[in-house]
Every structure is written in C-alpha cells, then in structure tokens.
Design a protein around this ligand. Sequence first.
Ligand code: PEP
Length: 254
Amino acid sequence: MRKKIVAANWKMNMTQAESARFVESMLLDLGDITDVEVVIVPPFTAIAKVMEALGKAQNIKVGGQNMYWEKNGPFTGEISAALLRDLFVHYVVLGHSERRTLFGETDEIVNRKVRAAHEATLRPIVCIGETLQQRDRGNVDKILSIQLRGSLAGLTPKELQETVIAYEPVWAIGTGRNATPAQAQEAHAFIRHTLHQMADETTAERVRIQYGGSVKPENAGELMSQPDIDGALVGGASLDPRSFVQIVKAARDR
Ligand code: PEP
C-alpha cells in the first residue's frame, strides 16, 4: 500500500513572515496527520523559517525547489544537496516544467541532479509531462517514456523506490485546466508500466506517482481516488493554507 504524498510547491512566493503564518495555520488541522505524507516546498529563503514554525511537527517534511549536482565549489547562485540536507530538508523537486522551459534543463541535467540528490540521501520528486502540442499529436506515451528513462537513468531499484514521480502535463500547470481523472490515470498507469520495464514489478508498485496541474480542493478527491495516483504536487492552491489543508484531507479520505 503506497502512502499518499501531497506537496506544496510555493514557487517564487512567500516571505518569511507569510511562511510562518501559513505553517501555524496549517498545523491547526494537520499537526498530527500521519496517514498522508505532507511536504512543504518553500523558496530557499524561507526554508529555515518553515522549519522553525514546524517545531516538533516532524510528520511534515520540507523540500527544496531545485539544486545543483556538484557537492560544493565555485558555482555562484547554486545550492547543493548537502546544503539542503544541512537545513534538514528531506525532498527536492527536480525537472519542474518551469525549470525545463525557462532555464533549459534537459533530461540529462535532471538525471545528474537526481543522482546527486540520492547520493546525499535527499529524496527527489521528479517532474515529467507533455505539452499540449505533444498530446494533440498523440505523443504522450513517447514523451513520458523519454523523460522517465532519461531523468532516472542509472538508478538502482532502491533509489527508484525512494524517488517520487510527479506527472505534470505542462498544459495544466497554472492554467486552471486540470487533466481529467481518466487522462491522469492513463498517464500514471503508463508511467508505472515503464518503471516495471526499467526495473521490476515490486519497484514499479512501490514508486509513488503524484499528479500536478491545477489541483484544487474541488478536483483533488476524484483525481486521488484513481488507482495509480498517489498524491498531488500543488502550486497555486498551496499558497492558501485552507485550500492546501482541504487537498491533504481529500488525500487522506481516499
Ligand atoms: C506546479 O507548479 O507544480 C503546479 C502543479 O502548479 P499549479 O497547481 O498552480 O498548476
């Protein structure tokens, strides 16, 4: 049985004060939740504040939004897996479509980062997904297969099992237009099938696959009741503690 995982990707939003207020409000409802894994992914500048506000609530994890693959050195503006671990961060989002589109990240770059994250015992949340044009041309499976095999190349079955995949159709991110539960389930089943081919059945069954793309309280329940949807990566709706809490509760009730 895979434990659902719901992550709040705050992107380039939230000051330290806003972050602390969010966590205080969220803890009123989720302070003792253990049957869903909850991950807050703040900007780097708010990580320490989020940790402080979480206090003893060790059931809630924190993630980074990106990292560089080198361990340390002359890489101005970058942050390493070890520096994230130093802040007690557990997860790191890698290969988000905004990184791929705006900052030129390829599957090879994502793969370097994924391997460096595992080396530092940081768990990657690896984002993949097709554009609308690729979907319209009937290339969804082809694109997902290329991105999966490229981004996860060289991982052991254990590392794969400790990796979270986020299926995020690019056309659904920040647009208000989510994939239908059936469209998302079809993509998730294909991803699991590809993981089986890349590794083995046990591994494929253990990997958690989140859906991301305009998840909100109104659609979260139906999406997360699909058999291969193991949680959500939430952007816009994660900036409001009330809607984020509702999405987490929808995951718990599935
Ligand atoms: C995201 O950024 O990962 C995302 C899914 O954003 P939104 O929920 O706003 O579509």
